[in-house]
Ligand binder design. Structure first.
Ligand code: MTE
Length: 323
């Protein structure tokens, strides 16, 4: 089954590790010049108009509402221990992903919306008004986890732009398809392109984030450049990378992993330590780069923000919300 990593992730060589102190220094500088704001979720975005290119948006200002009470994962782990099956299922894919051309990058936003949009990602960032940084927990279904500073904007900004019609019930995301660039896509038994979907209510939740960067820089290809979804209360496979299409639809789509193994991976995929994966426990997790395991939290620690979305849903739908 594709989700089992055979390599020992703790054996990453020291020379791959870039100092986190550099990252912290930048944060300090930003703080000194007052570019950090204590605010309500999603209320602050860096003004784009004065910027010549998206590169100059980095490092973005910090949204202090989204902090996590544990250390950041070392950047070298978060950017080399990556899952991107389009480039293969082993741990060398971070190098292979360099082949992906992400500039320009056209994104289509379509389906049941009043204002469909075909737009370059950089122009989208401009239209939306810029980016911010949020530190989120991230929990993979394989029971490893990380704590990373994402840069980007709330998905709700896209929803406001395109204005979904009243019959739009789900938001579906698709990754590019190009087997010449991404050799993993030559494996025909995967139902490419990678796709995932969430409900429109989930999409409107402020936690739902479109990431364009990580660690104060543009996203490296292997982490899903130039645009990926980040849903920190769900297992990581929902956080689809390198998105080319977002569609607003009426029928519930089937995600790639759900199609491959519906008994193991479902539509909801909310993190719950008390509901084991059919082949392993989800009670604890291995934080990348640290020894030992820590307990996993319900909704990965975001119950306050998201549990209301699922009130009474389990009995109503008669299906599992935690796989
Ligand atoms: N998106 C695409 N297009 N292809 C993938 O293989 N893997 C998913 C998710 N998004 C994946 C993807 C899985 S299983 C996880 S855990 C996360 O990406 C990993 O994100 P990271 O590599 O940035 O840590």
């Amino acid at each position: 089954m594709p989700f089992v990593h055979k390599k020992n992730i703790w054996s990453i060589k020291d020379n791959l590790i870039t100092s986190e102190s550099i990252f912290e220094k930048r944060r300090e500088i930003l703080k000194k010049i007052g570019a950090s704001y204590l605010i309500l979720p999603g209320s602050f975005l860096f003004p784009y108009s004065a910027q010549a290119s998206t590169k100059s948006l980095y490092p973005p200002p910090i949204n202090e509402f989204y902090k996590v009470n544990r250390d950041l994962t070392n950047e070298s782990y978060a950017t080399t221990y990556t899952n991107f099956y389009e480039f293969g299922s082993n741990k060398n894919i971070w190098r292979k992903a360099a082949k992906l051309q992400t500039k320009p990058w056209s994104l289509s936003i379509e389906g049941l919306v009043n204002n469909p949009l075909k737009i370059d990602v950089n122009d989208l960032i401009k239209k939306i008004g810029g980016i911010e940084e949020r530190v989120y927990r991230f929990r993979c279904v394989e029971a490893w986890s990380m704590t990373v500073p994402w840069a980007g904007f709330p998905l709700s900004k896209i929803i406001s732009l395109v204005e979904p019609k009243s019959d739009a019930k789900f938001v579906k995301f698709e990754t590019f398809y190009d087997p010449e660039v991404a050799p993993g896509q030559k494996q025909k038994w995967y139902p490419w392109p990678y796709q995932e979907a969430i409900t429109i209510e989930e999409a409107k939740t402020d936690l739902s984030f479109m990431a364009t960067g990580i660690y104060g820089k543009e996203l490296p290809n292997q982490n899903g450049a130039p645009l990926r979804l980040v849903l920190p209360w769900k297992y990581g496979f929902k956080s689809i990378k390198s998105i080319v299409k977002i569609s607003f639809v009426n029928e519930r789509p089937i995600g790639m992993w759900e199609r491959i193994a519906p008994n193991e991976y479902g539509f909801w995929a909310n993190v719950n330590p008390n509901v084991p994966h059919p082949r392993w426990s989800q009670a604890t997790e291995q934080l990348l780069g640290l020894d030992g395991r820590i307990p996993t939290m319900i909704y990965n620690g975001y119950a306050e923000q998201v549990s209301s979305l699922y009130k009474n849903l389990e009995s109503k739908l008669k299906e599992q919300l935690f796989k």
